[in-house]
Design a protein around this ligand. Sequence first.
Ligand code: PLP
Length: 373
Amino acid sequence: MADRRRVVDRLPDFPWDRLAPHKQAAASHPGGIADLSVGTPVDPVPAQLRTALAEAADSPGYPTTHGTPALRDAAAAWLARRHGVTVDPAAVLPTIGSKELVAWLPTLLGLGPGDTVAHPELAYPTYDIGIRLAGATPVAADGLTALGPRRVPLVWVNSPANPTGRVLGADHLRKVVAWARERGAIVASDECYIDLGWDGAEPVSILHPDVCGGSHEGLLALHSLSKRSNLAGYRAAFVTGDPALVGELLAVRKHAGMIVPAPVQAAMRAALDDDGHTREQKERYGRRRTRLRAALEGAGWDISHSEAGLYLWAAHPAHADSWDAVAALASLGILVAPGDFYGPAGAGRVRVAFTATDERVDAAAERLAATAG
Ligand SMILES: Cc1ncc(COP(=O)(O)O)c(C=O)c1O
């Protein structure tokens, strides 16, 4: 076979495999595992979204890559109504979940060897993967001044953040936009948790006029329906922002067949038209968050950030190492993710998802309470 440079060799091992022994340990708890390790929705897909999907089931023809006008209108109306952001529906582009675009954006934008792409120090691992897929160089940097004079054509931001739940304020985001505009860099803002602010936190979009001064030039915002509408299984997301960049992505994606299925587009439209189901789901998560947070704090855990999103970013004084903390919780049948999955700065902390059922969250809280002094 001819020599070839395998893409897989550019990528790290899948980190979740390292969690397997702890999963096994947690599963052997007599009360069963409370799996708080992944942020995957567990509540039903709202009935009206399933109806919209089913009603569009007779879809024999190819869907458009750009999405239906009804879907694009619904996305633009939702951004205006809920987030004070005005976009032209023509600048909305559906994606097959947002992970897909996170993984392919550097490639779709034409970045490659010689380009450096920045992502947050503590970050969802797929930013790094997407940069490597393109053959570009990833740099984990929160402070952009640390990047120095090198060529950085793309910067990722993620607010509210996975794993920390940290929300970047308009002032912070404004500085990122100004920095990027001075250098002609693109800012890609992953806003998949934007509807999930807690205790009064109100995450702001990079496309809000307070952040970008009313111009979307050089900016892309990624939105996902996975978490807010329990649609992770449908693969439903969209990107919007700079019309020229969105047009460029559309042109490439048309050629590449990166198309959201028509029934999923119909379900997305129904989801974006309705705020009721999102409110209900958020209330459900809010109750689970309060219960788990109190139980963790009662058992001596310190929670930092966590003002938005679906995770508690936790550390315990008795467990300086993330993996010790994971093991200690696994012995209670509670599985969490080690902080260093998300970057070296996460060492010593764990990420606790509150995406489990009420029953499993109660089980976890009771076990934690039993260890409280
Ligand atoms: C920060 C962040 N971005 C993107 C995604 C991907 O979401 P999806 O592909 O389901 O839209 C996730 C999923 O957990 C995430 O945490």
